[in-house]
Design a protein. Structure first.
Length: 319
């Protein structure tokens, strides 16, 4: 006999399971906290590192701001402007997440929002709004591109990968040359869209040899998949995620970009679990299979309630 309590418990289990997600290694969503969880903040000639991160960010450059799309939640707003000075070689306002070891399997989930004012600036200036950086080994040049980066060039966004099999890409003091000292390739591209959130997910095994793999989604659509291929520099140290605004040259305008911040999960995560970890930028609609389970449970729930209210002479017809 199915009891009322059993049915309710079953429905709660189905509903909970449809929205649950596993623990993540790093939660960088600013709606859930402040800047102190990040390991580095860089803007306008100033750098703050682990243990000295200002909880409120850097005023006017790295701030918590209300979602411009109207959700009411707090997001990361990164700003560069006329008069900014270089920070570690570039004009940037960026936050950095903790390092992930070479050889590790990771999931990354984040979103970005570009105001319409971003478009004319991007036409004249190449910009980076997310990147995965590496640390050069001892006696190795640090003047190289990030292992993976999201570039804005004109009216396009491009996912760019740089890698090298050699232990030393180029000696310290000698800038490496693309296609000679290291390789660089475009993995995916899409049109620049403004005044809307775009949600991204990356599943990767970081490798300085051909044991790596990579999968990349934009708004739930798979744009790139590759297995058994190198995807970073052959360094001793790890890879870390950065987001914000990075420019190679000064801009004549104030320019801001918004980010959800990043969630990072290990190899036990799935696309669903790592993206469901942020309800601010991902749809909460269950998958079709979950709908069927919910409907079945609700149907049984309705039948059980019907039994409770039918006269005893009619109940036998519904057993």
């Amino acid at each position: 006999m199915v009891t009322f309590r059993t049915v309710v418990a079953s429905i709660v289990f189905v509903l909970y399971g449809s929205f649950a997600y596993a623990d993540i290694l790093f939660n960088g969503r600013l709606n859930d906290g402040n800047f102190s969880r990040y390991v580095s903040l860089e803007a306008n000639g100033v750098s703050y590192n682990w243990g000295k991160i200002p909880a409120a960010g850097i005023p006017g450059r790295l701030e918590q701001a209300i979602d411009p799309a109207g959700s009411g939640k707090l997001e990361l707003r990164s700003t560069v402007m006329t008069g900014d000075v270089r920070t570690n070689g570039g004009f940037r306002s960026e936050v950095s997440a903790p390092k992930d070891p070479i050889g590790s399997e990771r999931w990354y989930s984040w979103g970005y929002y570009l105001p319409e004012t971003f478009r004319p600036v991007a036409t004249n200036h190449d910009m980076i709004i997310a990147q995965f950086q590496t640390t050069a080994d001892a006696n190795e040049s640090t003047s190289r591109r990030p292992a993976l980066s999201l570039w804005i060039q004109g009216d396009e966004l491009k996912l760019i990968n740089a890698f090298d099999y050699d232990r030393i890409t180029s000696p310290s003091g000698t800038p490496p040359i693309v296609d000679i000292d290291y390789e660089r390739r475009e993995l995916a591209s899409w049109g620049l869209e403004t005044n809307k959130w775009t949600n991204l997910a990356l599943h990767v095994k970081w490798a300085g040899n051909d044991t790596g793999f990579m999968e990349f989604w934009k708004d739930g659509t798979l744009l790139f998949r590759e297995t058994n291929h190198i995807n970073t520099f052959n360094d001793e140290h790890g890879v870390w995620f950065k987001t914000g605004v990075y420019g190679f040259t000064k801009t004549a305008e104030l320019i801001s970009a918004y980010s959800t911040g990043v969630n990072i999960g290990d190899g036990e995560e799935t696309l669903r679990s790592v993206t469901m970890a942020s309800m601010s930028s991902v749809s909460t609609v269950p998958e079709p299979g979950v709908y069927l389970m919910m409907l079945a449970g609700l149907g049984l729930f309705g039948v059980t309630l019907g039994k409770r209210h039918l006269p005893s002479s009619e109940r036998a017809e519904h057993i």
